[in-house]
Design a protein around this ligand. Structure first.
Ligand SMILES: *Cc1c(COP(=O)(O)O)cnc(C)c1O
Length: 369
């Protein structure tokens, strides 16, 4: 699905020397690269604070811990997402309340959020799924009206933007009360292990987030709140500083692949190519299309036989996961999510694809469906 080896080959000298430098100075924890990377990501996103942490799941958990929720409080989120978004809600004894996604763009259907709000609702967690922004302008209006914080799950969409109706352009991961991202190797900005970050424009929240990520510590060995230990390794920060400079070009490469797939599958009776949200710059973390009137398992097998990987993101929506059995989430009425789950399929998309690979994949898809 990705080709991280070829990508590494192109930046090998720079990456190797950056990693070597961290090791030779033994700056493994909180080395200068971490602070520099945080500053560079602040500039890139146009956000006041970036707090690097150990992974995207921690970022979401720390964000939810920072906004002062009580057990049983409700958090609105899609069920059609990677499990981490919902898992952290349950882990903190909060109640996930699911809202449907749009059938064509796969992101949360903002028009259905208000009907899910109750007096217990305390936060909204939109997911910029597959690499494009949720309709943030409409979402912000609802959040403002009900005085609810927005926690963006930007793990799949770093590099994407959202354009407001007045023409203002903002990066995803800079708009929410808090935003979270992941640097898992296959993400659009990936490191060489685990990594994540939390973003906010709020000074007080930034202090709180930092404190929670560092054992609730206010000064050395004085711990004010129960927190956790979530740090980005210096080695990972050093790699990320190099790759952040390339992120925009990586997004362009992914979009080229998506354009080629779109053109190749246009108007196919069994394929619906992914719709692009009109206000978002889609950075295609995944190229996920819908297939109908065909057997998806057999189709996947034919692709696999030809040496082409494909994935179902995600085969089981959150509300049907066994881990939430006791929460009775399966009673959520989410026909679009269920419908999508049976039809989505993601094709390889990354920064290193050449014309020959693309033609082979599209030809095989068309012959196999
Ligand atoms: C990858 C991902 C996460 C979790 O990130 P990790 O770094 O793997 O913990 C959370 N949400 C979404 C939507 C993701 O894709």
């Amino acid at each position: 699905m990705v080709d991280l080896i070829s990508q590494y080959e192109k930046i090998k000298p720079e990456v190797d020397s950056a990693i070597q430098s961290v090791i030779s100075k033994a700056q493994f924890i909180k080395g200068p690269d971490v602070l520099e990377f945080e500053k560079e990501l602040q500039n890139y996103l146009g956000v006041k604070h970036v707090i690097a942490c150990a992974n995207g799941t921690d970022a979401l958990q720390i964000a939810l811990m920072a906004i002062g929720l009580e057990p049983g409080d409700e958090v609105i989120t899609p069920s059609f997402t990677y499990i981490a978004t919902v898992e952290v809600v349950a882990l903190l004894n909060l109640k996930p309340v699911f809202v449907e996604v749009n059938k064509d763009t796969f992101t949360i259907d903002v028009s259905k959020i208000e009907e899910a709000i109750t007096p217990k609702t305390k936060a909204i967690v939109p997911v910029h799924l597959y690499g494009q922004s949720v309709d943030m302008e409409a979402l912000e209006a609802i959040a403002k009206k009900h005085n609810l914080p927005i926690i963006e799950d930007n793990a799949q969409a770093i590099g994407s933007t959202y354009t407001y109706n007045n023409g203002t352009v903002k990066k995803t991961g800079s708009m929410g009360t808090i935003a979270c991202t992941s640097f898992f190797p296959s993400k659009n900005l990936g490191c060489y292990g685990d990594g994540g970050a939390i973003m906010t424009n709020d000074d007080l929240l930034a202090d709180k987030l930092k404190m929670i990520a560092n054992h609730g510590q206010s000064k050395k060995y004085y711990h004010d709140v129960v927190g956790c230990n979530s740090r980005l390794d210096t080695v990972q920060a050093a790699v990320l500083r190099i790759k952040l400079r390339l992120l925009d070009s990586y997004c362009v490469e992914r979009r080229k692949v998506a354009d080629f797939y779109d053109a190749s599958f246009a108007n196919h009776p069994k394929i619906t190519t992914p719709a692009r949200n009109k206000n978002s710059y889609h950075v295609f973390h995944q190229y996920t299309m819908l297939i109908e009137n065909t057997n998806r398992d057999e189709f996947q097998q034919k692709l696999a036989d030809a040496g082409i990987p494909s994935m179902i993101y995600y085969p089981v929506p959150a509300h049907k996961q066994k881990m939430f059995e006791s929460l009775k989430l399966e009673e959520s009425n989410l026909p679009i999510t269920d419908w999508l789950t049976e039809r989505v399929i993601s094709l390889p998309i990354h920064t290193e694809m050449d014309q020959e690979q693309l033609e082979f994949i599209t030809k095989t898809v068309l012959n196999s469906i």
